[in-house]
Design a protein around this ligand. Structure first.
Ligand SMILES: C[S@@+](CC[C@H](N)C(=O)[O-])C[C@H]1O[C@@H](n2cnc3c(N)ncnc32)[C@H](O)[C@@H]1O
Length: 280
């Protein structure tokens, strides 16, 4: 559970949770401004708007949004008639999500992903977990927990912060020693928004297989934006950048350096059986 906010210092960043995760109490303002308040957030939402219907089979099924943050993704699904349940451990983030979604029929739970089996066991036909695993001490166990709560045939929309892109952007920015030492992850202290567990595509591939999930799709989110020498300032430049991001976000090799990797992972209807006769 999230720790209470100190009333004497309402914006203090909470310590890491007992599990070693970075809940966002004390970070909501910074997160809202630095991600969703600028071109990065605009681009993310514009890309998701295009990619979610392409990558997921959507027919109004109930959605569980784990680590739902400020509620943007929940709002997108609620506007498309999905019954949405949002779980979020940070009281501060959850309060903002409740406000943003005041008119939407969303069920809220203040709880971390680890409490999923007790709080919202499902099984769910559709789960979203975007930009959360990289803030956890044990993202592999978290993926297994999500996989366990999927119904047969159920889909997991998973987005993770890409460790390989973090290396690339550190080099581009001149942080050569840091990149060489592979000291890429943050410590989760103070107001830093560098994730404590950035993930690689190789890890997601291996862990998905361990959990019995099939990767049905992958895309890179912000494959060009973060490497621009000059930010796109005019509307025409922003539109051209969005067109480029859309065109290449699922094209090899570009998706591999997206700042985030977006996956559709599916629990097969029937698990592969060890003693099934191989087909001729
Ligand atoms: C970068 S934000 C992403 C929010 C939202 N999913 C989005 O895409 O905008 C990470 C969120 O994960 C939450 N979080 C941290 N540890 C968590 C945990 N153990 N279980 C669920 N959510 C967690 C944080 O409180 C924060 O709201």
């Amino acid at each position: 559970m999230s720790l209470p906010i100190d009333p004497a210092s309402p914006n203090a960043v909470s310590p890491l949770s007992a599990a070693g995760d970075r809940h966002f109490d004390g970070l909501a303002d910074k997160f809202a401004a630095s991600l969703y308040g600028g071109s990065r957030g605009e681009l993310r939402l514009a890309l998701l708007d295009r990619l979610l219907p392409e990558m997921l089979a959507l027919h109004g099924q109930p959605l569980l949004d784990v680590g739902g943050g400020l509620g943007q993704l929940a709002a997108w699904f609620a506007a498309r008639d999905h019954a949405v349940t949002l779980m979020e451990p940070s009281a501060e983030m959850l309060a903002r999500a409740r406000l943003a979604l005041a008119d939407a029929p969303v069920t809220f739970h203040q709880a971390p992903l680890q409490a999923l089996p007790e709080v919202a066991p499902g099984p769910w036909p559709l789960i979203a977990c975007h930009a959360v695993l990289e803030w956890l001490a044990d993202p592999r166990a978290a993926l297994a927990t999500l996989a366990d709560r999927l119904a047969p045939g159920g889909q997991l929309s998973l987005m993770v912060f890409n460790r390989d892109a973090l290396r690339f952007s550190n080099v581009v920015k001149g942080n050569l020693e840091k990149a060489l030492a592979d000291r890429l992850e943050g410590k989760g202290l103070r107001r830093r928004l560098t994730p404590i567990s950035p993930l690689t595509h190789a890890q997601v591939t291996a862990w998905s297989a361990e959990c019995g999930l099939e990767i049905r799709g992958v895309a890179g989110i912000r494959i060009f934006h973060d490497y621009l020498r000059r930010p796109a300032e005019s509307d025409a430049d922003r539109e051209a950048l969005l067109a480029l991001e859309r065109r290449y976000c699922r094209v090899d090799p570009h998706w591999r350096l997206g700042r985030y990797l977006l996956y559709t992972l599916v629990r097969p209807e029937s698990p592969p059986s060890a003693d099934r006769e191989p087909r001729p």
